[in-house]
Design a binder for this molecule. Structure first.
Ligand SMILES: Nc1ncnc2c1ncn2[C@@H]1O[C@H](COP(=O)(O)OP(=O)(O)O)[C@@H](O)[C@H]1O
Ligand SMILES: [Mg+2]
Length: 344
């Protein structure tokens, strides 16, 4: 599909990968896909049942923070059932006509992957409902009193959608994912170690266990980050003409300002802002974003999930709060009056 015209919202299935290497690190079978056991077990049953009925699997929705393996799962499912993926994303579908052309160009059994589905426009969403539910496309032809609707039958297909922001999806859209909605979990350090060992093998570098552990600890429990850190450590070791030892991992990653919790400079700045400018909170997200000249969406989707998961930040109805652990991590003393103020 490399001949796709530039403004066509359908992308070739591997367009979003930055390089051949990222594509190469992406697992394409269930036995290579580490962790997420509950999701895998459910999907295996869903796929086998669909196969036995000789029908495409029902529509699936994956959600969770970036880099946990949503896109990978969509491609893996296609590979497991031996069908094609056509990929697009919420913001790429600008007009109803864009969606109509994507849907009418599907072949029977195709997977339609829509990334960032929370950014799909509402009028387009409504065209999607009958397509997902009954496999038909309602098109309005003409305008005014002479306008009429024609209904096109679509080939049977499976829609797989991914989002980092499930709360932004409307209830009617969510309910159409009849195959299931699955939340991807952060990975354990052991799972991340397995992933980086596998990636090191594909990249052709030797990685000692201790170095894999150092990467896992700093990976924010996220495979994409772990693979990124592995590659940066490999670059560092190569330039230093040294082995990919735990020492070169630690040196490479401190050069990137990633600390032993895996926090980036921006993560630490978020915590520092709450602590130093707003006395530990509660402070609203928009205020934090303004104080840091960062986008709210970046902080909310990329930084916060991990800070919350590590117990460094809490989300409350009144705003964000830095925890005792956050103070400790920044090397600051926790003001006991803060606990009194917050919890009395
Ligand atoms: N369960 C997993 N096992 C092994 N590698 C994984 C797994 N999940 C993700 N990865 C790696 O992390 C990268 C990012 O995953 P991706 O599916 O693009 O995340 P998302 O779409 O959720 O942002 C992939 O290219 C793959 O190399
Ligand atoms: Mg993705």
């Amino acid at each position: 599909m490399s001949s796709t015209p530039p403004n066509n919202p359908l992308q070739s299935s591997n367009k979003e990968d930055f390089s051949f290497l990222d594509q190469a690190l992406r697992p394409s079978r269930f036995d290579e896909y580490v962790g997420q056991e509950t999701i895998k077990n459910n999907l295996k049953i869903l796929l086998q049942a669909a196969r036995e009925r000789a029908h495409p699997p029902e529509h699936l929705l994956f959600y969770g923070p970036p880099g946990l393996g949503k896109t990978t799962l969509a491609h893996l499912i296609a590979n497991e059932i031996g069908c094609q993926v056509k990929s697009t994303s919420g913001p790429a579908i600008e007009k109803v006509g864009d969606l109509a052309s994507i849907l009418t160009n599907l072949s029977p059994g195709d997977i339609l992957f829509i990334d960032e589905i929370h950014r799909l426009n509402k009028t387009i969403e409504e065209v999607l409902y009958p397509a997902m539910e009954s496999g038909v496309l309602d098109i309005i032809i003409g305008k005014g009193p002479s306008a009429r609707t024609i209904q096109l039958d679509l080939p049977p297909f499976t829609m797989i959608a991914a989002t980092t922001r499930i709360a932004l999806l409307s209830a009617p859209l969510r309910s159409r994912f009849s195959g299931g909605t699955f939340r991807l979990e952060f990975y354990t350090d052991e799972e991340i170690e397995k992933i980086v060992h596998r990636s090191a093998g594909i990249l052709g570098v030797t990685l000692v266990d201790d170095a894999a552990r150092q990467i896992a600890e700093r990976s924010r429990s996220t495979p994409r980050t772990a693979n990124y850190l592995l590659k940066r450590a490999r670059d560092y070791a190569q330039v230093q003409k040294s082995d990919l030892s735990s020492r070169s991992v630690v040196e490479a990653l401190s050069l990137l300002e990633i600390d032993h919790f895996g926090l980036t400079a921006l993560d630490r700045k978020i915590l520092e802002t709450i602590v130093q400018k707003f006395n530990g909170g509660p402070v609203g997200l928009s205020t934090i974003a303004a104080a840091l000249s960062e986008e709210m969406a970046t902080i909310e989707e990329v930084n916060e999930p991990y800070l919350i998961q590590r117990g460094l930040l809490e989300r409350t109805p009144r705003g964000r709060i830095a925890t005792r652990l956050a103070y400790e991590h920044l090397g600051l003393e926790y003001p006991e009056e803060l606990a009194k103020r917050l919890f009395s």
